[in-house]
Design a protein around this ligand. Structure first.
Ligand SMILES: Cc1cc2nc3c(=O)[nH]c(=O)nc-3n(C[C@H](O)[C@H](O)[C@H](O)COP(=O)(O)OP(=O)(O)OC[C@H]3O[C@@H](n4cnc5c(N)ncnc54)[C@H](O)[C@@H]3O)c2cc1C
Length: 409
């Protein structure tokens, strides 16, 4: 039997970031991951995430940003438009006096950089290939029975084990969920025209297609969300026919496209845990909420969860030494639930706002978008949301001082 202060289950972006945030506090931390340890290697961009300024600041503070940015593509413009209409919205970094609106980062590269940094902390023990068979709680401890037969006790257990969280399900924490009736097709395509550091998204009545710029100026990662049957058909098409379909759906904005990777198909579900805390167990990131990728916010939201949790743990350690779970976790839950709810609502409004092809709503949407595009004051709240600058940010993700983002590389 082993004992530690905090066990984190799941070494995705959220679990690794939390471990790294907590490491300097001198606590004994264990990070359990059922998969293999992240391996060094060049980014292949098979799965990418658009990280916003708030995440950038957090990761920079942890000393991992330069490594992530070295393999990422900054984007200076965002263009959002409605297919077959005149509705269009544009955002630019120059307008905001920023060097970039965000970065398209390779998911594996994010994990690899975090893990490499974490290996320098001897108080954090990482156990890879470690599945869990059982969880139980007493007044003082949470007990985890590993598949290997080992028993681990800890004062606090953090579930960072993703959208299908084993911990959330084992504790039967209530979950609100619905099927978005979309599967996301993810692939890399080579373009004829350079992407010009612009993240693009075109909304069709049956779902959005995002074209995310990669470091190669003629390559984009696409996230194409369509109804499940259509996604299956598109995935089964020969490569050339698929590329033609993406070219048509992108309205040839980058000229003819060519498929240069495998296609992945990911079913999309909204999940929101109604209860994030039970005793000494707390949910973070995708274990607590998973949202539609149309605005590229899921990972950003999860990183803010762990930054908030680490901030509260650190504050409490300074004030009273020990971790007082009920008070601490109740504060965390209040704080982060309201942030997640706001984002889920915004995503739903977006998704429903663009669904359906009826003529009148389409014309109204087009007029609305065109008016909005001309009103920089009205665009500002949308911009703040996209940059991650809205809501109650954890300290580690706030700008050091007004204007300090202008110096970001
Ligand atoms: C198509 C698509 C595009 C997206 N694009 C963006 C984007 O542009 N920007 C953005 O911010 N977000 C984006 N997201 C969301 C983002 O990918 C997720 O929010 C984020 O990866 C979740 O991180 P996590 O660490 O919570 O979970 P995960 O990355 O799922 O990590 C969970 C970890 O826990 C481990 N695990 C699971 N069960 C156990 C267990 N029982 N024991 C031990 N370990 C376990 C898993 O192996 C995994 O390593 C996108 C999502 C999708 C589907």
């Amino acid at each position: 039997m082993q004992h530690c202060d905090i066990t984190i289950v799941g070494a995705g972006s959220a679990g690794l970031t939390l471990a790294l945030l907590l490491a300097p506090l001198g606590l004994q931390i264990r990070l359990l991951e059922k998969g293999p340890q992240p391996q060094p290697g060049a980014a292949d961009f098979s799965r990418v995430s658009a990280l916003n300024l708030a995440s950038q600041r957090l990761l920079a503070g942890l000393g991992v940003w330069s490594g992530i940015a070295a393999e990422a593509a900054p984007y200076q413009q965002m263009e959002v438009w409605q297919a077959d209409s005149f509705g269009r919205l544009g955002f630019s970094a120059a307008e905001q006096q920023l060097p970039a609106l965000g970065w398209i980062c390779d998911n594996q590269s994010i994990r690899q950089q975090l893990y490499q940094q974490l290996s320098q902390h001897s108080n954090v023990q990482c156990l890879f290939g470690s599945g869990i068979s059982r969880i139980s709680q007493g007044d003082q401890n949470v007990a985890l029975q590993l598949e290997s037969g080992d028993l681990l006790l800890s004062s606090l257990l953090v579930a960072a084990d993703g959208a299908n969280s084993f911990i959330r399900e084992s504790l039967q924490l209530p979950l609100t969920h619905w099927d978005y009736q979309h599967h996301a097709l993810v692939a890399t395509l080579a373009s004829t025209e350079p992407h010009q550091a612009t993240a693009r998204q075109v909304f069709w009545p049956d779902g959005p297609l995002a074209l995310l710029p990669l470091p190669d100026s003629r390559q984009v990662s696409i996230v194409w969300s369509v109804p499940p049957e259509r996604a299956q058909t598109l995935q089964a098409l020969p490569a050339e026919a698929f590329a033609k379909a993406v070219t048509a759906a992108s309205q040839s904005v980058l000229g003819p496209l060519q498929l240069v990777s495998e296609r992945q198909r990911i079913p999309l579900r909204m999940r929101y845990a109604n209860q994030w805390v039970q005793g000494r167990v707390v949910l973070v990131a995708d274990a607590a909420h998973s949202i539609h990728p149309l605005a590229g916010q899921g990972m950003n939201l999860g990183l803010m969860d762990v930054a908030a949790l680490a901030e509260l743990i650190s504050e409490q350690r300074e004030q009273q030494g020990a971790i007082d779970c009920p008070r601490l976790l109740a504060r965390y839950q209040r704080w982060r639930k309201s942030e997640a709810q706001s984002l889920i609502l915004a995503m739903e409004t977006f998704k429903r706002g663009f669904a359906g092809g009826a003529l009148l709503p389409k014309v109204l949407r087009s007029i609305g978008m065109s008016l909005l595009d001309k009103q920089s004051k009205l665009k500002q709240p949308m911009m703040a949301l996209a940059l991650g600058n809205s809501g109650d940010l954890p300290k580690a993700a706030r700008p050091a001082q007004p204007g300090s983002d202008a110096a970001l590389g």
